[in-house]
Design a protein around this ligand. Structure first.
Ligand SMILES: [Mn+2]
Length: 239
């Protein structure tokens, strides 16, 4: 049986001038039945159309903070250095993928980027800009294959239909977060302190994004694996 081929956005280490990958992204997709391939960091729109013809879906990985210029703000000192190559690559891929209604799963930076591409904004740093209501730990330390806070899953969301539960414990390794939700996006889950932790696009078959990290915990957390499986299944709708 043919397996879906999923394009994975490469990670970029500016200090080492190095492309790299966390194995969990690839292994999690493979465990869910897909063949993951790492995409080039630099590619023209024309080249990305060509690679798109070989791909069934896209994983938008974690990474650098999205450039605040993309949501009309100046970077504050608490904001990390942007990665303009990734901002550009992911904008191009997002447009191409959505034009073909190809499934996308965004993780961490992926939810932040999705929100910004839909006209939303971000907290540049939660510690400084997000009113702490409940002492929720969003920026955990290693090991990352453990849960540190809860999220409430909205009953009208596809995430609820996939997991069949209204509350979930998740890991959490992010210092930014969704502030104003972008147009056309539906909230799928919120943390105990009200922070948006999962979004989806209402008008597409499968465009989901999570603030937590299933790739770091899927080996021991069945719900994390179910998210990968739902994504992979959406990539091959005929099977
Ligand atoms: Mn969190």
């Amino acid at each position: 049986m043919r397996k879906p081929v999923i394009g994975v956005i490469p990670l970029y280490d500016e200090k080492r001038e190095s492309l790299w990958m966390l194995p969990g992204y690839l292994d999690g997709l493979a465990e869910a039945g897909a063949i993951p391939v790492i995409l080039p960091l630099h590619a023209s729109v024309e080249e990305l159309h060509q690679t798109d013809a070989m791909l069934d879906g896209y994983l938008f990985t974690g990474g650098q903070d999205v450039n605040p210029a993309l949501y009309g703000e100046k970077p504050r000192s608490c904001c990390g250095a942007p990665c303009e190559e990734r901002d550009l690559l992911e904008q191009r891929i997002y447009e191409i993928a959505c034009g073909q209604d190809k499934p996308i799963l965004g993780i961490c930076r992926g939810i932040q980027l999705l929100n910004v591409l839909h006209g939303g904004s971000l907290y540049q740093d939660l510690a400084q800009e997000f009113p702490e209501k409940s002492g929720v730990e969003h920026h955990m330390t290693a090991p990352y294959d453990r849960t540190v806070h809860g999220v409430e899953i909205r009953r009208d969301s596809p995430l609820y239909r996939t997991l069949g539960k209204e509350s979930l414990r998740v890991n959490s390794y992010h210092h930014q977060g969704v502030k104003r939700v972008g147009e056309g996006l539906q909230i799928m889950a919120v943390a105990e302190d009200g922070l948006v932790e999962a979004l989806c696009r209402k008008d597409k078959r499968f465009v989901w994004a999570l603030q937590w990290h299933p790739e770091l915990i899927y080996q021991k957390d069945g719900d994390a694996l179910k998210v990968f499986q739902a994504f992979v299944k959406a990539c091959l709708p005929e099977s």
